[in-house]
Design a protein around this ligand. Structure first.
Ligand SMILES: Cc1ncc(COP(=O)(O)O)c(C=O)c1O
Length: 458
């Protein structure tokens, strides 16, 4: 066994090669192939400083974790103070005042019937809890979800996702889970008819499915159908929550009052894992129904002081810096600029989004000159085209982005909510340059050959 002293003396480069050896070599291979394997030295706000003096703008936000920006000084210092006070961090046998305070503030920000909170440490864990609570409350087994959803990769959450890539090889998953097309009320109604559906779990804006906004009236219709059939209406706001779309919850853009809401990601400032399931008193009471069931569903790190403190400090920053209003206005600005710059390019299908959760949707080209290489690379791997765009933005323009996990034709643009106009303009210029290149230069497509060679055996 290496001693602690030996571990502490290791150079950072050694850590990278040990990561390759002991954590995830395929991830290292992928980042190398995309020419995105850089060492970051300092991250603040929207900016990432990397080795060699390079600077990147983060338009990915760690999959919507960094709503308050990287390492927000107020959240960092709140955590430092929390550590310094040497309080009861993980006693497991006390009443956590910080959890009480955070729960009260979350419920008051969420409103409606959401009056109790179960804390956990990730989005998937929150979805798992929502599944259990829905079953316990309704005494039904069935679960309905929307096609293309992303709810997390633990077995229960994965049972609510129909994309074969994530599921294959990991079954059998939960039985009695049923997909319906997002936006299709009659399909949902037909599933609910059975009378055995505990919950419909849905993202108010589908993120990984390609930033899909609900059709007008859809969520209101979902709620009415759920109420008619005694099914719980559960919103997964893991990505959309915490002002990402301009309101505290994306639900607040619509006239709905969900029975449960799952939050995680940006809840704790991108620094400490934290998730929360907000629910009505009635649901809570049916799970924690007696003294002997006081901890019938719990988890060791739930309510830990650092996560709770980070949550409180994050809410303060979101509030004091008016980041909801900022997300709304910067989102409008970004989409406007993108539409102006990219309309007229054949492969750009649509710019869409809400607040600072945005997508640039591409479509297959008609012109032979582009269609032949496009189809060729799509045959190698359906994500190849999107990854080329991500790679170009990163390498040539210093912009970090990703394509949507369940829709490889949509590039996600979701910067921290502290992004300013100058940074948004830099993104739009970079995006325009890459889109222009794919329409005007063979080099965009020949580059893909290099990528295919580097990737080799996928
Ligand atoms: C909408 C949504 N729900 C749930 C999850 C799972 O969250 P976690 O990765 O924290 O388990 C994700 C993760 O990306 C998500 O986007």
């Amino acid at each position: 066994m290496p001693t602690v002293a030996k571990i502490a003396r290791l150079e950072p480069e050694a850590g990278a090669s040990q990561y390759q050896e002991h954590v995830n070599p395929q991830w290292v291979r992928l980042l190398d192939a995309l020419q995105m394997n850089v060492r970051y030295l300092r991250c603040a706000g929207v900016e990432l400083d990397a080795e060699g003096g390079r600077r990147f703008l983060d338009f990915l936000s760690g999959y919507c974790v960094h709503n308050t920006g990287h390492n927000h000084p107020a959240i960092v210092s709140a955590l430092q103070r929390e550590l310094g006070r040497e309080g009861p961090a993980m006693l497991q046998s006390h009443v956590s005042d910080l959890a009480g305070e955070l729960a009260q503030r979350l419920c008051s920000a969420a409103g409606g019937r959401l009056e109790k909170v179960f804390f956990c440490s990730s989005g998937s864990e929150g979805v798992e809890a929502a599944i259990k609570f829905a079953r316990a409350h309704t005494r039904r087994n069935g679960l309905v979800y929307a096609s293309g959803a992303f709810h997390g990769l633990t077995c229960g959450a994965l049972s609510l996702m129909d994309d074969a890539f994530w599921r294959d090889g990991f079954g059998p998953l939960l039985p009695d889970t049923h997909p319906v097309p997002f936006g299709d009320l009659p399909a949902l109604e037909a599933k609910l008819q059975s009378g055995d559906i505990a919950a419909f779990i849905v993202e108010p804006v589908q993120s990984e499915a390609g930033i899909r906004l609900p059709p007008p009236g859809y969520l209101e219709g979902v709620q009415a159908a759920c109420r008619r059939h005694g099914t719980l209406f559960v919103l997964d706001e893991v990505q959309t929550g915490m002002f990402r779309t301009g309101r505290f919850l994306a639900a607040h853009h619509y006239r709905v009052d969900p029975d449960m809401v799952v939050l995680a990601k940006a809840l704790s400032g991108g620094l400490i894992p934290c998730g929360a399931v907000l629910m009505s008193n009635r649901i809570y009471d049916s799970v924690y129904s007696s003294l002997k069931r006081a901890i019938v569903h719990t988890s060791t790190f739930s309510e830990n002081n650092l996560a709770m403190r980070a949550g409180l400090a994050t809410l303060d920053v979101l509030d004091h810096e008016h980041l909801g209003e900022r997300a709304a206005s910067m989102g409008d600005y970004l989409r406007g600029q993108l539409r102006e710059a990219l309309s007229g390019y054949e492969m750009v299908d649509e710019i869409r989004g809400l607040g600072l959760l945005n997508g640039i949707a591409f479509k297959a080209p008609r012109k032979l000159r582009m269609r032949v290489p496009f189809e060729g690379f799509r045959n190698i791997h359906p994500a190849m085209f999107g990854q080329l765009v991500v790679m170009r933005l990163f390498r040539d323009h210093g912009i970090l982005t990703q394509i949507c996990g369940n829709n490889f034709m949509v590039l996600k643009a979701a910067p921290p909510l502290v992004v300013n106009e100058e940074q948004a303009d830099e993104f739009v210029h970079a995006m325009t340059a890459v889109v222009d290149l794919m329409h005007t230069s063979a080099s965009f497509w020949t580059e893909a050959l290099g990528l295919a060679r580097r990737v080799g055996n996928i």
